[in-house]
Design a protein around this ligand. Structure first.
Ligand code: ADP
Length: 590
């Protein structure tokens, strides 16, 4: 900033005083005043930053008085104090000014201001020769002779304070107070404008920085990103999306509406992508929709998992979709691993099944033989000294029954594993046959009971007839899985009840146990694949988390329903319903 300011209006202090007061013509005075205000108004309007405002303020005030320094205190966090000297000031004068400003400010509108704090935030807005006078150069005296403080207000809001100081006494005439206040008002508005402009610039810079950062993230993302407008026209594709879609041998580029691409190209998966985009445009968020975009000849074709969300314009009363952001993820390698895993599980399960069938067959054979032998002994010596139950054959029979029960348990596990891929593919084959559900329940109870010595399993049949048409083997798997759990998750032993009821064309089977029960946070999940409850207590229970998943798939496949409830006292009850006659879920084509 310049040290002294030339008046653009050529209006000197004395000229102003002459025209304004003593013997001058009133009209001339008004004319001068208008000219003066116009000139300083222009300077304030032209000021682009706070230094230019200070410059304009100093120039305007120097038209009125000659003073030592002008100070501007601005509210803020922290508040700022600018000191604009007219000539070099002595340190003690500076100190005295700050003391005065602190006490005047606390009276005006700054309740907790303190001189020491203020000194830290103060800065000199002056050329070097005024700020750091050479040794021997004249500086102001130490004392303040006169002082004037005026609040800086914008729309009745105090934004700061203007303070003028001079070494001499009586510098600030009261008859110029009105004019000085007017200048302070101009300065306040100009300073507020500068502050707003600075804030706006900072916001712009911040927004630009964010934009650049976002651009970089999008460009370096491994996921493909596709953005459309409200009509489904692709407006932007990142590099990954371009590469992914190029692999699918499709010429995708920005500016083409998807529906138009669909019409002109024979890419079979385009309608699905268009559908996902349309769903998002309708306001729905679509997650992880898989699309096979590769060739069908490949073992594992290129597969994309697509998630899409609407871009919403929230400026109106109701948010309006103005486009879609879709994220494309290449999940081919995941599919490859899944496929290998499924193949492995399927091969291993098949391999396990063959020896299991043999073990089961031979055990059954041995059981029959021992039963026959025991019958013979009983018939030959009805009054024998040793009771039949204590004969070595009876012990063998009990051991064989346990082997048989455990083999059946193992068989169910293998079946669950084998069924997994079928269930996932959504086609579980069911072989319907007629049989009595009561017989199947009794068989299952007998099998599980054989290796559950601490438990008593009771069969409670509440229906006279139990004939059903369903997949016997698979229903056996469902009952077996639920019963296995009832035993496994009631380690203290106790009673398990298997109840059969009938209602409106359905049988309902309920398995009631007295075990550990299920805490509410797992209610929604325990029928999910591989879902197991992990807590310290559950570590002792072996399992793979497939039993209920497969049971649900089999029950659903029959058109039934499976659920569970926690018992009032202790334990839980698993229920499932099965239609007595198979139900057609396909629409009738007459
Ligand atoms: P798992 O092989 O773990 O038994 P399931 O699919 O049969 O797998 O069961 C899933 C989970 O549900 C189990 O890990 C267990 O935590 C819980 N669960 C199933 N049945 C019962 C039950 N009768 N009582 C308590 N928790 C059970």
């Amino acid at each position: 900033m310049e040290g002294s300011v030339q008046s653009e209006s050529q209006l000197t202090e004395s000229a102003y005083r002459t025209s304004n007061g003593q013997n001058g013509d009133r009209l001339a005075a008004i004319h001068h005043e208008i000219e003066y205000l116009n000139t300083i108004g222009k300077r304030f309007v032209a000021a682009f930053d706070r230094f230019q405002v200070h410059h304009a303020l100093l120039a305007a005030l120097q038209e009125l008085y000659s003073f030592s320094a002008c100070c501007i205190l601005l509210k803020g966090d922290p508040f700022e104090l600018s000191i604009i000297p007219s000539y070099p000031l002595s340190p003690s004068f500076l100190e005295a000014m700050i003391q005065r400003i602190a006490s005047a400010a606390s009276v005006i509108d700054f309740p907790h201001i303190d001189a020491e704090q203020l000194a830290k935030t103060a800065y000199l807005d002056a050329p070097d020769e005024l700020a750091f006078p050479r040794p021997g150069h004249a500086t102001s005296g130490p004392e303040i002779g006169s002082c004037l403080n005026i609040p800086l207000t914008v729309e009745n809001r105090i934004i700061g304070m203007l303070s003028l100081f001079d070494e001499k006494q009586g510098t600030f005439d009261t008859h110029l107070l009105q004019m000085t206040t007017m200048i302070a008002d101009y300065a306040a508005v100009a300073l507020e404008n500068v502050r707003l402009r600075e804030r706006e610039n900072a916001l712009w810079r911040q927004a630009e920085l964010e934009r650049q950062r976002l651009k970089l993230i999008i460009r370096s993302m491994a996921e493909g990103l596709l953005i459309t407008d409200a009509k489904g026209t692709i407006v932007s594709l990142n590099q990954s999306a371009q590469q992914l879609l190029a692999q699918a041998q499709t010429d995708f580029s920005a500016g083409i509406p998807l529906y138009q691409l669909m019409e002109t190209s024979s890419v079979p998966w385009l309608p699905r992508l268009t559908e996902i985009v349309n769903q998002a445009l309708a306001g729905k968020t679509v997650t992880n929709q898989e699309i096979v975009v590769g060739f069908s000849g490949e073992t594992v074709p290129l597969t994309l998992s697509i998630s899409a969300a609407p871009l919403l314009d929230s400026s109106g009363v109701r948010p309006k979709p103005i486009g879609v952001v879709a994220v494309l993820n290449d999940v081919t390698s995941v599919k490859q691993v899944e496929r290998l895993k499924d193949e492995f599980v399927s091969v291993v399960s098949h391999e396990l099944r063959t020896p299991l069938t043999a073990i089961k067959g031979y055990t059954q054979h041995l059981v029959r033989r021992i039963e026959r032998r025991l019958r013979k002994i009983r018939n030959a010596q009805p009054e024998a000294e040793v009771p039949v139950a204590e004969l070595p054959e009876s012990y063998d029979l009990r051991s064989l029954n346990i082997i048989q029960s455990q083999t059946e348990h193992l068989e169910r596990l293998v079946s669950d594993l084998l069924d997994l891929s079928q269930v996932q593919a959504g086609h579980l084959d069911l072989s319907y046959e007629d049989f009595y559900l009561a017989d199947l329940l009794a068989e299952s109870v007998r099998s599980v009971q054989a290796s559950a010595e601490q438990h008593t399993i009771e069969l409670d049949l509440q229906v006279p007839d139990t004939k059903i048409r369903a997949d016997r083997v698979r229903l056996g798997q469902v009952i077996g899985n639920i019963l296995d759990n009832a035993i496994k998750y009631s380690p203290q032993g106790g009673q398990v009840i298997v109840r059969l009821q009938e209602q409106k064309g359905y049988y309902t089977v309920s398995v009631i146990d007295q075990g550990i029960g299920v805490s509410p946070e797992h209610f929604d999940h325990i029928f999910e694949r591989f879902y197991r409850i992990h807590n310290t207590a559950s570590h002792q229970y072996a399992g793979i988390g497939l039993g209920l998943f497969v049971a649900k798939a089999i029950v659903d496949g029959h058109g039934g329903h499976i659920w569970f409830t926690n018992n009032q006292g202790v334990g839980s009850t698993f229920h499932f319903t099965i239609p007595i006659r198979p139900r057609t879920t396909r629409p009738l084509s007459l």
